[in-house]
Design a protein around this ligand. Structure first.
Ligand code: UD1
Ligand code: UDP
Length: 367
């Protein structure tokens, strides 16, 4: 029996782990123990995904909550160590680039437990992002590196990491394909298909600096079209608490066509993405889902790890720049026509077989 410990803590990790867990469960000689760090804890940021996607119930909940980066990472590390010592797994599975990823990577590496990193090799080359630090450290201490794309494999090679590297494809494509036929219909929001924008914002680089966040929110006021904006708690809290942003909140709320709503479930999100005229986001996962679903994406960042999505104008990087944002909006009809003529590009992300490959490789390499 091969014992695996999976460490998750933030929204995108629940979605990724859901589909990998399904595949692990098909192998009778693999046993998975789920640990939830508690980095995300609101119902809409955590429990809803366990319920909707059938994730295994966490055996351990570390309950770390929101804290400054150092304190959060340290708390996870300290609480995880005795559990790993007790469970003695053959491997620890970590996902992506959050503080939960970093803490689990450091903890397992000190205990000499093999680490399998899902979504290894991504780089924005921007060390101002907390995610970039997390993923670089996680990759350098990992033993099995599951890359989603060729670019990720090349990025690792450029840093001297060649052993244990597998291009398995992207587990988020697997998730989008697996759950596509369970997608919820739209009516709850009173939106007409292909006539509205879907907006998400949460990245530290766009929210830590209030003047940048205000600049981005000003862009949204220029849309003058139906739009839905599921608010990440980070942004909701800022809009409620920061003096300079409270008037912005009132201005957003005064826009009759803009719906500010709580975070939505994954199946609702897929429905909103699929039917959107375009997606406006700074999320890594949402950029890719727009690409998988052939919906134009305007990305509120200056760079992306998911460079494949930029081909043929599927995804446009505008940062917080008004001129670039308006130009991308003006081009939307042309972008739509171009996308309709192109193939989906899903093969660049493994074609939906990533989870199967991951489970097989874990079985082969950890026994
Ligand atoms: C984290 C990840 C980011 C990932 C994102 C996915 C880090 C450094 N960042 O960013 O890479 O893209 O998750 O969504 O790990 N909050 C709540 N309720 C919750 C969770 C958070 O109110 O359930 C609020 C708290 O005020 C908290 C803030 O949101 O301080 C930010 O949460 P945090 O987990 O630190 O960062 P995210 O922006 O969610
Ligand atoms: N997501 C969701 N509900 C929302 C917003 C996002 O289910 O209200 C999903 C989205 O479809 C994607 C994942 O969460 O699968 C992306 O997570 P997030 O944007 O929080 O983080 P990132 O991908 O940037 O790390």
């Amino acid at each position: 029996m091969i014992r695996l410990v999976t460490v998750v803590g933030a929204r995108p990790q629940f979605i990724k782990a859901a589909v990998v867990s399904q595949e692990i469960a098909k192998h009778p000689d693999l046993r998975e123990i789920m640990i939830h760090t508690g980095q995300h804890y609101d119902y809409e940021m955590s429990a809803v995904f366990f319920k909707e996607l059938g994730l295994p119930k966490p055996r351990y909940r570390l309950g770390v909550g929101s804290k400054p980066h150092g304190a959060q990472t340290a708390d996870i590390l300290a609480k995880l160590e005795p559990i790993l010592l007790k469970e003695k797994p053959h491997g620890v599975i970590i996902y992506g680039d959050t503080n939960s990823t970093l803490a689990a990577a450091m903890c397992a590496s000190k205990l000499r437990i093999p680490i399998a990193h899902v979504e290894a090799g991504l780089r924005s080359w921007n060390r101002d992002m907390p995610e970039e630090i997390n993923r670089v450290v996680a990759d350098h201490v990992s033993n099995i590196l599951f890359c989603p794309t060729d670019t990720a494999v090349k990025n690792l090679a450029a840093e001297g990491i060649r052993r244990g590297v597998y291009n398995v494809g992207d587990v988020m494509l697997d998730a989008a394909l697996i759950f596509a036929n369970r997608v919820n219909p739209l009516p709850r929001w009173n939106l007409a298909a292909k006539k509205y924008f879907l907006i998400t914002i949460h990245r530290a680089e766009n929210t830590d600096d209030i003047s940048r966040l205000r600049k981005i929110l000003e862009l949204l006021l220029e849309l003058r079209a139906p739009a839905i904006f599921p608010l990440h708690p980070r942004v909701k809290n800022l809009l409620n608490q920061k003096r300079g942003l409270r008037t912005m909140r009132l201005r957003l709320e005064a826009q009759p066509e803009l719906q500010l709503v709580p975070p939505v479930s994954y199946l609702d999100m897929l429905a909103l993405e699929k039917n959107a005229r375009a997606v406006i986001t700074d999320s890594g996962g949402v950029q890719k889902e727009a690409f998988f679903l052939r919906v134009p994406c305007i990305t509120l960042r200056n760079e992306t790890e998911w460079v494949e999505t930029l081909a043929n104008g599927f995804n446009t990087l505008v940062g917080a720049n008004r001129k670039k944002f308006l130009a991308a909006l003006a081009r939307l009809d042309k972008t739509q026509t171009r996308i309709a003529k192109r193939r989906s590009g899903q093969n660049l992300f493994g074609g939906g077989k990533a989870c199967r490959r991951i489970a097989r490789i874990l079985r082969r390499t950890l026994q």
